[in-house]
Ligand binder design. Sequence first.
Ligand SMILES: CC(C)(COP(=O)(O)OP(=O)(O)OC[C@H]1O[C@@H](n2cnc3c(N)ncnc32)[C@H](O)[C@@H]1OP(=O)(O)O)[C@@H](O)C(=O)NCCC(=O)NCCS
Length: 166
Amino acid sequence: VPNLSVRPVRADDFTFFRALAQDERVVHYVGDGTEWTDAYVEQRFADALDHGAPSHRDLRWYIAETPAAVPVGLLALTRHPGETEIGYWIAPDSWGNGYASQLVEHAVAVAIDNGWGPRLEATVHRDNLASRRVVERVGFVVDSSTESATSAELTYRLTLPDSGGQ
Ligand SMILES: CC(C)(COP(=O)(O)OP(=O)(O)OC[C@H]1O[C@@H](n2cnc3c(N)ncnc32)[C@H](O)[C@@H]1OP(=O)(O)O)[C@@H](O)C(=O)NCCC(=O)NCCS
C-alpha cells in the first residue's frame, strides 16, 4: 500500500469532491445519508476554499493523493476552541487500503504541529463499523458523557499528547 501525500484542497479538486459527495456509498452515514445536491456541493466547497467564511468556522480541507497524483481522499478539519473536529472520505474504489487510517494519523500530526488541540473529535454513525475501527485504532474513545442509547451518532474523542513547549 503506497503512502499517500496530503495537501491543502484546491479549486481544481471540485470535480473529485462532487463525485464523492454524490456517491451513495460515501454519504450513506454522513448527515441524513442522502447524496448532496449540486448547490450544496458548491456551497460547502466554496466555504472550504474560503477556510470557512462566511460561517466563521475555521475549516482546513486536505486532499490525499497516491504517488501517481490520483486523488483518493478528503480530510476535513474544523477548528473550535480547544477542539478540532475531523471528517474523512475515501473514494469507494480505494477502500480497504488503510488510507483512512493514514488520513486520521495525518490529522493528529497536523493538530499537534499547529497546536489545534488539545482534543480531536469525530462524530461517527453507530453502524459505520469501518469508520469506528479507523478512529479506534488511532486511540479515539467514545465520549460517554455525550453517548445516548437512542442516538445514531457516537462522539469519539482523542486527547493529543502535549506537544511540549507551548
Ligand atoms: C469509513 C472509510 C473512511 C474507511 O476508509 P478505508 O480507507 O477503507 O479505511 P481503512 O482501510 O484505513 O480501515 C478500515 C478498517 O475498518 C475495517 N472494516 C472495513 N469494513 C468493515 C466492516 N464492514 N465492519 C468492520 N470493520 C470493517 C477494516 O478491516 C479496517 O480495519 P483493519 O485495518 O483493522 O483491518 C470509508 O469507508 C469511507 O470513506 N466511507 C464513506 C465516508 C465515511 O463514512 N466517512 C467517515 C465518516 S465518520
